[in-house]
Design a protein around this ligand. Structure first.
Ligand SMILES: [Zn+2]
Length: 233
């Protein structure tokens, strides 16, 4: 699923109606693919964290050091506290990156600019307090929904990179593990940002199959910062 450009064009038009938003929206860099590289790589990004055991299964994958993962944290879920020691260690090792996925996972387009900032800052401050970690500039709007007003509010507090995706494992729709593996086969490819979720524990068999697909295609997952560099914002 390549992101519809039409949606963002509508967003850009709407920016004209909001004082100051046009400039802030111009500051936002919406991404769904990685920059070109001679190395074959993609970004495995995992959202939410409703299931503590699912979060643990991804941390275990990161422990192996083959795939570097980007976890988009919804800080209202306990998993991030439950596994805080392991997360801190993996951050230190450079095996994971954390992105901001708000506190309560609301559709940000239904909120005021101040409420958007509160949702992002609540998660931001949690990551700072718990891990001494600054997730800027990467945030993922819940459900992938944003508009110029949302992006403007986010940019004002340093969240200038709304992180979308080029393909999904489709696992947030309650589909079977076999179907998830089919989605993985379909979407995993060089240069893509892939979205996955830690809301329900996948079988070990499915997680192994997904990693075998990556291996057979000669692909390693890198974090967003590894792909875009430390000065991207
Ligand atoms: Zn989400």
């Amino acid at each position: 699923m390549e992101i519809s450009r039409g949606k963002f064009l509508i967003g850009a038009t709407a920016a004209l109606l909001i004082p100051g938003a046009e400039q802030a929206d111009a500051r936002s860099k919406i991404i769904s693919k990685l920059p070109a590289s001679k190395t074959k790589r993609f970004a495995w990004t995992i959202d939410d964290g409703i299931s503590s055991s699912a979060v643990a299964s991804y941390l275990d994958i990161a422990e192996k050091g083959v795939h570097h993962l980007t976890l988009f944290v919804t800080s209202g879920y306990d998993s991030w506290r439950t596994h805080s020691k392991q997360i801190a260690r993996l951050l230190e090792a450079g095996s994971i990156q954390l992105g901001n996925h708000t506190v309560r996972h609301k559709d940000l387009t239904t909120l005021s600019s101040q409420q958007v900032k509160n949702e992002l800052m609540g998660c931001h401050n949690f990551l700072l307090d718990e891990f001494g970690y600054d997730a800027r500039p990467y945030f993922r709007p819940p459900y992938g929904i944003s508009n110029a007003k949302v992006r403007s509010a986010a940019a004002e507090i340093g969240y200038t990179v709304p992180t979308m995706w080029y393909g999904s494992f489709g696992d947030n729709f309650g589909v079977s593990d076999d179907r998830i593996v089919q989605f993985a086969k379909k979407w995993i490819a060089d240069g893509r940002i892939i979205i996955d979720h830690s809301n329900k524990l996948k079988s070990q068999r499915a997680l192994i199959q997904i990693q075998q697909i990556m291996k057979s295609r000669g692909l390693q997952s890198v974090t967003l910062t590894e792909a875009f560099g430390p000065n991207f914002k």
